[in-house]
Design a protein around this ligand. Structure first.
Ligand SMILES: [Zn+2]
Length: 80
């Protein structure tokens, strides 16, 4: 059974679709029953989805690295 401490290190692989079927199932089950981990994965997914867009839009919307750091540190603050 997946533990909370395993979730952060598996989230990247989960979001990238790199977990095996069984690990994916365990991961989903844990985030289903565990609210803080569910929130953590949700935030990380938002960041992951936002980052390529930020990079792509950089010349026109002038997003600097501090803004990205800010999003990431906010997500980390709210973790657990
Ligand atoms: Zn958990």
């Amino acid at each position: 059974m997946l533990k909370c401490k395993d979730v952060p290190e598996q989230t990247d692989a989960y979001l990238a679709g790199e977990l095996s079927f069984l690990k994916r199932l365990e991961f989903k089950l844990h985030t289903f029953i565990c609210g803080p981990c569910r929130d953590y994965v949700k935030k990380l997914r938002l960041i992951t989805e936002a980052l390529p867009n930020l990079k792509g839009n950089k010349p026109c919307c002038d997003v600097d690295d501090n803004y990205i750091d800010d999003i990431i540190s906010k997500a980390n603050d709210e973790k657990h």
